[in-house]
Design a protein around this ligand. Structure first.
Ligand code: HEM
Length: 170
């Protein structure tokens, strides 16, 4: 079961990598704007998940461990993470780095600041993976209040990141 899932994930990722690699190598005109559009779509998906997952944690805290409700939350959290949040983060990073390379942005200071904030967002993503695992084994370590505070962090980071890339203040 786990081996089959890993094989499917490896095949899916390899095919995507080959397709994206071929497209970047071909580099038809207009590719930058198409890549930016897909980058923004991936960003929206990543952020949607990062904003919804802590909400699920807040409700999950109220469910009795082992109850039917708790089992439902576990499935919702795991699926949201593996089907939406993880792939969206990979696509956001791959296309973001390619846009930075292709657009010659690597020396821009707004990009340095943006990267620092995106690294913070990715670290938060890592913690969310850990919390999904903890809830999955009925070993949640945190209170509802903790997840309520965490719920605000992606919003603040997202606002700063979008202002940096759109306004480019420095
Ligand atoms: C993962 C690392 C990331 C890198 C390296 C990266 C890099 C870039 C680059 C170079 C551009 C093109 C800028 C331009 O052509 O003017 C861009 C566009 C954009 N990025 Fe990212 N990005 C990343 C993640 C994110 C995240 C997490 C968000 C939002 C939360 C975001 C939001 C946007 C938006 C909204 C645009 C379109 C800006 C415009 O066209 O005015 N990016 N990104």
């Amino acid at each position: 079961m786990v081996a089959a899932r890993v094989t499917r994930a490896v095949i899916g990722l390899s095919l995507t990598a080959v397709l994206v690699g071929a497209l970047l190598w071909w580099n038809p005109s207009g590719l930058y704007l198409w890549a930016k559009a897909v980058h923004v779509i991936a960003v929206i998906s990543w952020m949607a998940g990062m904003l919804y997952l802590p909400r699920l944690f807040i409700y999950h805290c109220e469910a009795e461990p082992g109850s039917r409700q708790s089992e439902t939350f576990k499935v919702m959290e795991r699926r949201l993470l593996t089907i939406i949040i993880n792939p969206a983060m990979v696509v956001t990073w791959v296309l973001g780095l390619w846009l930075a390379y292709e657009g010659g942005w690597f020396k821009a200071e707004w990009l340095h600041a943006k990267l620092a904030l995106v690294i913070a967002l990715s670290a938060l993503h890592g913690f969310m993976v850990r919390w999904v695992r903890e809830f999955g084994s009925e070993q949640n370590q945190h209170t509802q209040k903790f997840y309520r505070i965490i719920n605000e962090v992606p919003t603040v980071l997202m606002i700063a990141i979008v202002v940096l890339v759109v306004v480019k203040p420095f």
